[in-house]
Unconditional design. Structure first.
Length: 178
């Protein structure tokens, strides 16, 4: 069997699939290249090296290297033992549920913490000086939405039971623009 290093993927259907998954992944805040690289690794019957990815996707060594580093950071892919010449190979992390939960915990939860901090600053400012562009009732609703989203995400990423009762309360907001 020839090595992936000398046999890049050239099937247009596989590369089209990688392109589409890349676009989907990009929609969720990653780079398109992350989805393309993941797809090739996922579809490969054996672990692949960076050169296989570089040649298949016709991308620079630097871009492939940075992409692999990112995917390893989020534990989307895993390193496997090096082959005899010392070339590092990669495979997908088969625990997709934990991959998704890890990404939500590392990325989205951090964003919600930042949103919560910004809300607290705005709320404090509003209590000291009434900002005419801010409706106090809406500000409270926004705080409830942020807290609820954070609570749900924390419960999901820590394996707790998610109670959507609180979420249903905020799903119907009053219409203030009359």
């Amino acid at each position: 069997m020839s090595s992936t290093k000398n046999n890049p993927c050239s099937d247009s259907r596989v590369l089209t699939m990688a392109e589409h998954i890349g676009s989907f992944i990009e929609y969720w805040g990653f780079k398109q290249v992350h989805g393309k690289v993941w797809t090739l690794i996922f579809l490969s019957p054996k672990a692949v090296d960076a050169n296989y990815l570089k040649e298949s996707l016709k991308l620079s060594k630097a871009l492939i290297s940075m992409t692999i580093k990112d995917l390893l950071h989020y534990r989307v892919i895993l390193e496997v033992e090096k082959d005899k010449p010392g070339t590092q190979k990669y495979k997908i992390n088969p625990d997709i549920t934990n991959v998704i939960l890890d990404v939500l915990n590392q990325r989205e939860l951090k964003m919600l913490v930042e949103i919560q901090a910004a809300f607290q600053l705005l709320s404090f400012a509003q209590s000291k000086k009434n900002i005419p562009q801010v409706d106090n009732l809406r500000l409270g609703e926004l705080g409830l939405m942020v807290d609820t989203a954070k609570s749900i995400l924390e419960a999901m990423t820590h394996g707790s039971k998610v109670d959507f009762q609180k979420f249903e309360t905020i799903m119907t907001l009053r219409d203030q623009c009359q």
